[in-house]
Design a protein around this ligand. Structure first.
Ligand SMILES: Cc1ncc(COP(=O)(O)O)c(C=O)c1O
Length: 383
């Protein structure tokens, strides 16, 4: 009998998709989906439309066009202080997801353990499961969700070979501090772990301190593969353009894995992607100001509903502790918000391997201002 692979048993599509369907049925505002729903920079679209006929529509090299990798390297240098050689240390990929999958495929063996900081981006355990890798949780506790050396060290097992670090974090909105990254560096060094960093929200942060790329801290650069994409920074997640970069000795295998998975990232969009990456300081400042405004507006809605949302210092999510609603789980909280306010959110359980300590929900604020205002009004009136 033809059947599914053993490693696929128990793996499911995200519960966020189910919430999206319910929102459609009920006419609710969908803050569940992490989809970026703000428009891309108009200048980029205009240039793209003008040039599309003349752009290269064939395959690119598996590692992407040089023009794209050079733009990635320049941006990393300028905004993250990370020096990478575009010819040998960067592989362009199909989104950050493509970079993550190629890295896991290239550098780990079936059965290896990978540390995930709870709460984590819900796709990580599925990605690990698909590749027959083991998710090993490191429980972090709100409201701060700080990483400590002790928590990290006690999560390491005989099988641990790697960890995935997401900063700014989806869903908690936390950015890792220098002290936390030093703790990560110490434990990674002690156990000789690969560190994969997911920095897709690197350009969306609040407050003056710039993004800290983990690979620039301590000795982490030697053992870190940095993964990111253009999706969040330029509001073009559907372009599926991302990249992995890291030590030269690891990138060959990542390139081979990426090629075998998908041949190359979308070639016609790479040149346009390179232009996006060079948009400059004003663009990034505007992006952050826009998200700060949306963050404040949605926060007001939750506060008016009697809740105390976290104050994210990066990404575009609120992670809201909902015990004032008289619930013990995020799933119950989600249901109340959906029924009373017609606002769809994601239960905190989605971001943990085992139940979280408190009832959390995640709400995305990458939506047009008027939709956020509507959602905030509904929250205030409904709960
Ligand atoms: C933390 C995190 N990593 C990766 C991704 C996916 O990135 P991409 O669309 O570039 O594959 C997302 C998308 O929501 C995300 O939140």
């Amino acid at each position: 009998m033809v059947d599914v692979a053993n490693r696929m048993r128990g793996l499911q599509e995200s519960s966020i998709t189910a919430m999206t369907v319910r929102c459609q049925e009920l006419g609710a505002i969908n803050l569940a989906q992490g989809l970026c729903q703000v428009p891309p920079p108009p200048s980029l679209l205009a240039e793209g439309a003008r040039d599309f006929r003349d752009i290269d529509h064939s395959y690119s090299a598996p590692e992407g066009f040089a023009v794209f990798r050079e733009a990635v390297a320049d941006k990393l240098k300028k905004y993250s202080g990370l020096s990478v050689e575009p010819a040998t240390q960067i592989v362009a990929t199909v989104g950050a997801t493509g970079a993550l999958m190629a890295t896991l495929t290239a550098l780990l063996n079936p059965g290896d353990g990978v540390l995930l900081f709870e709460p984590f981006y819900g796709n990580y355990p599925t990605a690990l499961g698909v590749l027959d890798l083991r998710a090993e949780p490191v429980r972090l506790f709100g409201p701060g969700f700080e990483v400590t050396e002790e928590a990290l060290r006690s999560a390491v097992t005989d099988r641990t070979r790697a960890m995935i670090v997401c900063t700014p974090n989806n869903p908690s909105g936390r950015r890792l501090t220098m002290a936390e990254l030093m703790a990560i560096s110490a434990v990674a060094e002690e156990h000789d772990l690969l560190v994969i960093t997911d920095e897709v929200y690197e350009d969306i942060y609040f407050g003056p301190a710039p993004h800290i790329a983990p690979a620039t801290v301590g000795d982490l650069g030697r053992r870190t593969v940095t993964v990111s994409s253009l999706g969040k920074s330029f509001s073009v997640p559907g372009w599926r353009l991302g990249y992995a970069c890291g030590p030269e000795g690891l990138m060959d295998a990542i390139r081979v894995a990426a090629e075998s998975l998908v041949v190359c990232p979308p070639a016609p969009l790479q040149e346009l992607g390179a232009r996006a990456l060079r948009l400059g300081d004003n663009y990034y400042r505007g992006l952050r100001a826009m998200y700060d405004r949306k963050r404040r507006a949605l926060t007001e809605g939750f506060v008016a509903a009697g809740l105390s949302p976290n104050e994210p210092d990066g990404s575009y999510y609120l992670f809201v502790e909902c015990s004032p609603l008289g619930v013990t789980t995020g799933a119950e909280a989600t249901e109340i918000l959906l029924q009373r306010s017609l606002v769809g959110t994601v239960p905190g359980e989605t971001f943990y391997l085992h139940s979280p300590d408190l009832p959390y929900i995640r709400a995305c604020f990458s939506l047009p201002d008027e939709v956020i205002a509507d959602a905030a009004g509904r929250l205030a009136r409904g709960v």
